[in-house]
Design a protein around this ligand. Structure first.
Ligand SMILES: Cc1cc2nc3c(=O)[nH]c(=O)nc-3n(C[C@H](O)[C@H](O)[C@H](O)COP(=O)(O)O)c2cc1C
Length: 183
């Protein structure tokens, strides 16, 4: 029997009505039963501190690293905060980048999505995430997805044109990821 494909979603917003969390929930449905999807909780990840790392990586961080390291694909769903990456997400990525040149994202296919009220679809955060992820894995998908002009959820779900765009992008990202592996 073929191995179960594993996917980790990293969500850069803790908001209950988060557009980006809704995008992750929708994307979960994209995968079939042969894929295990996890969405690690980033809320409890402590602020990165090299002293903390040296004295013993906290268990919640080790769990996060393991979840990511055993994934074939990682999809980041993140808002743009002040033209950049939300601290919650950047902090998690900083932990995942360790140890230097042996981080948990190495070998993972990474895709980047931003859903935003702005018509620019979070172009700054996508560009910054792209630059950061490209130094942490050589399998970062260069085509990021920005879904702009979404102001709120309808009964917890994204508007149909947004989910259509997400489905299309998920298809091409998955093709990119699988074209480089035997998955
Ligand atoms: C602290 C903060 C900073 C923000 N900065 C930006 C920004 O630079 N560009 C932008 O397009 N939207 C910005 N926004 C608006 C967010 O894109 C919007 O609130 C979005 O819905 C947040 O994502 P979420 O729905 O997944 O929580 C900011 C929101 C907050 C709370």
């Amino acid at each position: 029997m073929a191995d179960t494909r594993k996917v980790a979603f990293l969500v850069g917003s803790l908001r209950s009505a988060s557009l980006n969390r809704a995008a992750a929930l929708h994307a979960h449905g994209f995968f079939r039963d042969d894929t295990a999807v996890t969405t690690p909780d980033l809320a409890e990840i402590p602020a990165f501190n090299q002293d903390l790392e040296a004295s013993g990586t906290p268990a919640v961080v080790t769990d996060l690293k393991n979840e990511v390291a055993r994934s074939d694909m990682v999809v980041i769903f993140s808002p743009e905060y002040n033209y950049g990456i939300p601290g919650l997400l950047k902090n998690a990525i900083d932990w995942l980048s360790r140890p230097f040149q042996a981080g948990s994202l190495i070998g993972r296919a990474v895709g980047i999505v931003c859903v935003s009220p702005s018509s620019r679809g979070g172009e700054n955060v996508r560009e910054q995430l792209l630059r950061t992820c490209q130094i942490l894995t050589d399998r970062t998908y260069g085509t990021t997805l920005g879904i702009g002009g979404v102001t709120e959820l309808n009964d917890g779900v994204l508007p149909e044109d947004a989910t259509r765009a997400l489905d299309k992008w998920m298809k091409s990202f998955t093709l990119y990821a699988t074209s480089q592996t035997s998955l």
